[in-house]
Design a protein around this ligand. Structure first.
Ligand SMILES: *Cc1c(COP(=O)(O)O)cnc(C)c1O
Length: 394
């Protein structure tokens, strides 16, 4: 397979293997095991002398196609598909750490990711320092002798802050630590963390990769050495494997990723520009706009804007609820990256478990709303906002 294919081509053909029937669409291999012609063949397979699958907890044909296609897109040597995004994040973090190690993580993290580093890891003797990741000097100040992992997402959920991935990777390399990037919000199309110096990339495939709200999935990508040394045995023995059915769903989803993300980004940009002009709106944060507070870093590390928009209504919670309730096309949901346009009020949903102080640190106010653009006609979505905003006092 050609490494020189452009992403849209990789996403249709990458990693495909066909059975003896030569099927056009990828086959689903819903099998947990595999048979061997002879005892000798089984012995050779277990010794690793011959290629082939042994047990679906650690490898199967449909999952293999999905992993190979993701590797091609990401420019990674190897990958493991997991049952959910959180299975990918927790595996990537825990497989490489032991009691006495230390993580530095950006405090602006997807809620469950924050729980893994802030609450779960310390139970096993792994220390964690959370920092405001926007300022590189905070990462540097948090480094300890036992720092082994840097963890971040960029852009962040829900306020679309951006972290200088190359800058963080440089600091990590000085102390031999690994950088894990949760690249969900950027999508694999708009940001390549491995090229920026990160060592491990994780996705919730539940979001743009499926893109149609059908199933959960995740993936961890890195170089062969790291996967062999850290993830391989962890994955094999703890069992966070993806179902082959979901691997197939995601293989079909990912074929249309560039088409969907292009349409979603166009709608998000138009909604951001529209909202920025409205009297009810205090501020709009959109990575594709020149007024994004970190536009310089975005220009350096991202090749596209975003399918998401964060904005703040002057009228606080009442205004946010009134807007959400008046929208007709845009549905209220905490999912994102879906073909349907979705909107959520983080303070009362995804981020309700944080303290008021922690929410304030993250820039989440009572009026903050997060919009995830779908693939509807952009005109209809902008008109939906225009109409719904009439229910909101300026
Ligand atoms: C959704 C999400 C996750 C978790 O993924 P699941 O598939 O829901 O387990 C992790 N990180 C980010 C940034 C997400 O948006």
């Amino acid at each position: 397979m050609s490494k020189n294919w452009r992403p849209a081509t990789q996403l249709v053909h990458g990693g495909t293997t066909r059975s003896q029937h030569g099927e056009t669409s990828e086959a689903i291999f819903l099998t947990q095991g595999f048979v061997y012609e002879t005892s000798e063949a089984a012995e050779a397979r277990f010794k690793g002398e011959t290629d082939g699958f042994i047990y679906a907890r650690y490898g199967s044909p449909t999952n293999d196609m999905f992993e190979k296609r993701m590797c091609m897109l990401e420019g990674a040597e190897d990958a493991r598909a997991t049952a959910s995004g959180m299975a990918a994040v927790s595996a990537a973090i825990l497989c490489q750490l032991k009691a006495g190690d230390h993580i530095v993580a950006a405090r602006a993290l997807f809620g469950s990711c924050r729980w893994v580093v802030e609450t779960l890891a310390p139970k096993y003797g792994i220390e964690c320092t959370l920092v405001d990741g926007r300022d590189l000097s905070n990462w540097e100040k948090a480094i300890q002798k036992n720092t082994k992992v840097f963890f971040l997402e960029s852009p962040t959920n829900p306020t679309l802050e951006v972290i200088d991935i190359a800058g963080v990777a440089k600091l990590a390399n000085q102390i031999g630590a690994k950088v894990v990037v949760d690249n969900v919000f950027a999508t694999p199309l708009f940001q390549k963390p491995l090229e920026l110096g990160a060592h491990i990339v994780v996705y919730s495939a539940t979001k743009h990769i499926d893109g149609q709200g059908r199933c959960l999935g995740g993936v961890v990508l890195s170089d062969k050495e790291w996967i062999n040394e850290h993830l391989h045995d962890y994955f094999r023995h703890t069992g966070p494997a993806m179902s082959p059915f979901n691997a197939w769903t995601l293989l079909k989803g990912i074929e249309t990723l560039p088409l969907r993300v292009r349409q979603q980004t166009e709608t998000a940009r138009r909604v951001a520009d529209f909202l920025a002009e409205q009297p009810q709106v205090a501020k709009v944060i959109y990575p594709g706009r020149k007024d994004h507070p970190q536009a310089d870093i975005i220009a350096k590390q991202m090749t596209g804007g975003s399918t998401l928009v964060a904005f703040e209504l002057k009228g606080g919670k009442d205004a946010a609820f009134a807007l959400q309730n008046a929208l007709e096309i845009v549905r209220i949901s905490n999912n994102l990256g879906d073909s349907k346009s979705l909107i959520t009020h983080p303070a009362t949903t995804t981020h309700k478990n944080l303290t008021d102080e922690a929410r304030e640190e993250l820039g989440i106010s009572a009026g903050t709303v997060r919009f995830s653009a779908g693939i509807e006609d952009s005109d209809d979505v902008v008109e939906d906002f225009a109409r719904a905003l009439r229910a909101v006092k300026a």
